[in-house]
Write a protein that binds this ligand. Structure first.
Ligand code: ADP
Ligand code: TRP
Length: 321
C-alpha cells in the first residue's frame, strides 16, 4: 500500500504526538511504500517567525529520525520542497465549493469564536488534499480530528475524476487508535494549545520536574483507587509492559501508596523508553548535513512521483497536451 501522512512543525513534539501518531507512522514504514512529510506550508498559517519555522522543521526531522523513521524504508521530506503540490492545490481549488470549506472544523471553530481567519486557514483542507493526491496515496493514517479533511480529499478527487476523467486515486483515512488519546499534565488531552505537554526530548531533569507536578486528586493515600480512568496510570501504561501495568494496577486497587511513587515510576519508565532515541538524536544533531541530505533525497523522490500526478492532472484538465 502507498501510505502518506504529514505532521506540522508548529512546536516540539510531545508524548501525545508520538503515541497518537508518530509511532504508527514508524510501524507502517515496513511493508508499505511510505511517504512522510513535515507540513511546513501548513505551519505557515500559525508560525510567523522565520527563524522559529526553520528550527521547528529541523527539530521535526531530527525527532522523526531519532524515533525510528528510516530513510531506507520511508520517504521523508519537507512539504515545501515539492512545489508540484502547490500547483496541484490550485487545480483542486478551482473545483472546490466554498460551502465545503465553510464546513471544515478548523475554520468553523474560529468563526464561531468570532476570531479572524485567513484564507490560508480557510483553504487549508485543499492543500492537504493536494498533499494526499499528489502521491496517489491509498492509506492516510491520521488522528480523528483530520478525518474530515480526508473526506474533503475524496470529494475533490471524485469530482475532478468525474469532470476530467480518471486522474486521482481515492485515499482512505486510517484512524489512529482513539484510545491512544494521551492525557497531559492537567489530565486533559495533551496538546501544545493547552500548555500541558511533556515533550519527547526534554532534558531528563526538567522532564522529571514536570512529571512530579502532574495534577492528581487529593484523596488520602490509604484509599484504594481504580486505575482505569486515572491519567497518571494512563501515562504510566504507555511505557510499561503488561506485567508492570498489572503490578501498578494492583497497587492502585490496594491503596496505601502515594502518587509520588507512581510519578517516580513514570519518570523512570519514560527515561528508559526514550534513552535510545535520545542518544540517536544527539548523534544526528551533531551531523546536520546528514539530515539535510536525507530531506533532499526524500524531496527528490517525492517530487518525481508528484510531477507524474501533476502532469496527468494538467493533461486531463486541458492545460497541457
Ligand atoms: P497539538 O494538539 O499539540 O497541536 P497536533 O494537532 O499538531 O498536536 O497533532 C499532531 C498529531 O498528533 C495528530 O495526528 C494528532 O492526532 C496527534 N495527537 C496530538 N495530541 C495527541 C494526544 N494527546 N493524544 C493522541 N494523539 C495526539
Ligand atoms: N493537517 C494535518 C495535521 O494538522 C497535517 C497534514 C498536512 C497532513 N497535510 C497532510 C496529514 C496530508 C495527512 C495527510 O495534523
Amino acid at each position: 500500500m502507498r501510505v502518506l501522512s504529514g505532521i506540522q512543525p508548529t512546536g516540539r513534539f510531545h508524548w501525545g504526538n508520538y503515541f497518537g501518531a508518530i509511532r504508527q507512522y514508524i510501524d507502517l514504514q515496513h511493508g508499505n511504500e511510505a511517504y512522510y512529510f513535515i507540513a511546513d506550508l501548513h505551519a505557515l498559517t500559525t508560525v510567523r517567525d522565520p527563524k522559529q519555522l526553520r528550527q521547528n522543521t529541523l527539530d521535526a526531522a531530527l525527532d522523526l529520525l531519532a524515533l525510528g523513521l528510516e530513510p531506507e524504508h520511508a520517504i521523508l521530506f519537507r512539504q515545501s520542497d515539492v512545489p508540484e503540490v502547490s500547483e496541484l492545490c490550485w487545480l483542486l481549488m478551482t473545483g472546490t465549493p466554498m460551502s465545503m470549506l465553510e464546513n471544515c472544523h478548523a475554520y468553523k471553530d474560529k468563526m464561531q469564536k468570532g476570531l479572524p481567519a485567513g484564507a490560508g486557514l480557510f483553504t487549508y483542507p485543499v492543500l492537504m488534499a493536494a498533499d494526499i493526491l499528489a502521491y496517489d496515496s491509498q492509506i492516510v493514517p491520521v488522528g480523528a480530528d483530520q478525518v474530515q479533511h480526508i473526506e474533503v480529499t475524496r470529494d475533490l478527487a471524485g469530482s475532478f475524476n468525474h469532470t476530467y476523467g480518471e486522474t486521482f486515486v481515492l485515499p482512505k483515512a486510517q484512524t489512529l487508535d482513539a484510545s491512544a488519546k494521551v492525557p497531559g499534565t492537567d489530565g486533559e488531552k495533551m496538546s501544545k494549545s493547552y500548555n500541558n505537554t511533556l515533550e519527547l526530548f526534554e532534558e531528563p531533569k526538567a522532564m522529571r520536574k514536570k512529571i512530579m507536578r502532574i495534577v492528581t486528586d487529593a484523596r488520602p493515600m490509604e484509599e484504594p483507587k481504580e486505575p482505569e480512568g486515572d491519567h497518571l496510570y494512563q501515562l504510566y501504561s504507555l511505557f510499561a509492559n503488561e506485567s508492570e501495568r498489572e503490578t501498578m494496577a494492583a497497587m492502585y486497587r490496594k491503596g496505601g501508596f502515594g502518587y509520588g511513587d507512581v510519578k517516580k515510576a513514570l519518570a523512570d519508565a519514560a527515561e528508559r523508553y526514550f534513552a535510545e532515541p535520545r542518544a540517536r538524536r544527539e548523534e544526528l544533531a551533531a551531523k546536520p548535513e546528514r539530515v539535510v541530505e536525507i530531506l533532499a533525497d526524500g524531496a527528490s523522490r517525492a517530487r518525481k512521483k508528484a510531477a507524474e500526478t501533476l502532469r496527468r492532472a494538467q493533461t486531463n484538465c486541458g492545460l497541457r497536451p
